[in-house]
Design a protein around this ligand. Structure first.
Ligand code: DGL
Length: 273
């Protein structure tokens, strides 16, 4: 595929499911004129417990699907896919591809004063140590403490973000991290920003909480400007949503994450790509 210099072309955003909407909503907020095509791989979620090979294969298929929508840039909103597949799949397309790990790591390195950074994420993200490697490239002295928190994803998807059980699960996963000297903590999974206020309350004011979505949208803006492909038409943006399964459930959850009503979500047979 050729690079796409049409500034009105959409941004492709993808995730293993609904969680990547926390990144899409930040792009909508910071880049209100950019059109978006979102793909959630709801048939194959969670990615957090899958192997690197599967995640690379899934991400490649999704990129080929997004190419059929003539996207001008692709954002891998999923931390797990960013950690395991970004380097492999960005070779396969001519459009710029960014993930959430580098922006999240950079925000944490800028925020930390004592250089001790916590990262919460899926099993696969933490096991890959991608956050640790990227942080250490930026600050070799940094100490990174990772913790997989797999139950956070179903808790959010079940609408339990404010439920008392979630407080207990946060304590089970993060009590050890709270006893360390971390002064900065990365919410290294798409769903965790939806637990942000609970996690902030748990750590208290001494720990700075980083949501990589914010910095990712800023990076996207920079890339679009550098390449001269930012949409400066001033027109209202249009958004399209695709999933690989359970479109109704996605629409229902999406309407709790995004601040406007999603009309419809379309089904795609992603194995065809
Ligand atoms: N989107 C995934 C991530 O950010 C979380 C859900 C999953 O395991 O697929 O890592």
């Amino acid at each position: 595929m050729k690079s796409n210099s049409n500034s009105k072309a959409p941004i492709g955003v993808f995730d293993s499911g609904v969680g990547g909407l926390t990144v899409a909503r930040e792009i909508m907020r910071q880049l209100p004129h950019e059109n978006i095509v979102y793909f959630g791989d709801t048939a194959r979620v969670p990615y957090g417990s899958k192997s690197r090979n599967s995640i690379i294969r899934f991400s490649g298929q999704i990129i080929r699907f997004l190419e059929t929508k003539s996207v001008k840039a692709i954002v891998i909103a999923c931390n797990t896919a960013s950690a395991l597949a970004l380097e492999a799949v960005k070779e396969e397309t001519a459009v710029p591809v960014i993930g959430v790990i580098v922006p999240g790591a950079r925000a944490a390195v800028q925020a930390t004063e004592n250089g001790i950074i916590g990262v919460a994420g899926t099993e696969a993200t933490i096991r890959s140590e991608t956050y640790t490697k990227v942080i250490k490239e930026m600050n070799p002295e940094a100490v990174v403490i990772g913790k997989p928190c797999p139950l956070f994803v179903p808790l959010v998807e079940e609408g339990f973000a404010k439920h008392k059980i979630t407080k207990e699960v946060i304590d089970i996963y993060l009590s050890e991290m709270r006893r360390t000297e971390i002064d900065t903590m990365i919410l290294g999974c798409t769903h965790y920003p939806l637990l942000r206020s609970r996690i902030m309350a748990y750590f208290g004011e001494k720990v700075h909480i980083v949501n990589p979505a914010y910095e990712t949208a800023m990076d996207l803006k920079k890339i679009l400007n550098e390449r001269g492909i930012a949409n400066e038409s001033g027109e209202a943006a249009s958004y399209e949503f695709y999933v690989s399964d359970a479109a109704e459930k996605f629409t229902r959850l999406a309407n709790t994450i995004l601040s406007y009503d999603l009309a419809a979500t379309k089904l795609v047979n992603i194995e065809e790509y």
